[in-house]
Design a protein around this ligand. Sequence first.
Ligand code: GLU
Length: 303
Amino acid sequence: MKKTNLKTNNYRGRFAPSPTGELHFGSLLAAMASYTDAKKNNGLWLLRIDDIDQARVIDQSDLHILNTLEQCGFEWDESVTYQSQCLKHYQLALEQLEHSGLSYACSCSRKQIQAIIEKNHLPPSIYPGTCRNQSIIADNSATRIQVADTPIGFNDLIQGDCSSILSEDSGDFIILRRDKTFSYQLSVVVDDFRSQITHVVRGADLLNSTARQIYLQQQLAYPSPQYAHIPLAVSSDNLKLSKLSQAKKIRCDLKTLTLAADFLGQRPINHHDLESKADFWQYLLNVWDINRVPKMEKQMVLV
Ligand code: GLU
């Protein structure tokens, strides 16, 4: 349900599900943590549908996600935004990066990159910079941004001090894919800036994207939000719960909500002691303390 909240400070949080399936337990955790932290700080909580990767979008799943959130009792502020409607803003950011001289066209296929890495015994999963100094024609190529070898550090509210040297951790990364779709890293940075997001609370699977996003913010002269990465929920067979691993749609009942709050390390409550979802949210808002959210390695949940 969209809600107008008059009592706010500058805190602007957000939840940004990809419409690639139903809302599962892992995304409920990210929604709950980002929502509760925003509300505890008298902030606003925005919803964005991350549908930049149209090939992965499942028809109607945005509506299913919004419906499930509503049934769980989430109330969002402002209108829901869709990445697919913001393409011109990503294009402007891309041009800004091109003008800075840091981006370049890359015609390498995954197979070619793999072969270069193997032949030269280079670290896996790091782009070796093959096209960096070659004037590739932009058609039929991706666009990468040159990274630096200086560390990018940030203080995560849950994971603590984090640091990454992009030249060692990712190499020059893609901002425009070969099929001319904007990359997740670029679109998310532009979206968070345009929505003036001050706090990004999301799953720890995105922890290692954060330095790349901060790097883009620096190049685009955007401020960086405060980050907080919540632990991942894994199933009993140790698989990350995601839509890709066929995670189940959640039930919007008090049992599920209290299980999620418990997973997030908050003072436990028996769901039998709650009468309604409104009761649950009141309880969670009262007890919410982001310092109680555990780091990722410690948590496992059976779902
Ligand atoms: N859309 C991303 C996902 O569903 C989350 C993006 C973000 O929170 O930065 O995994």
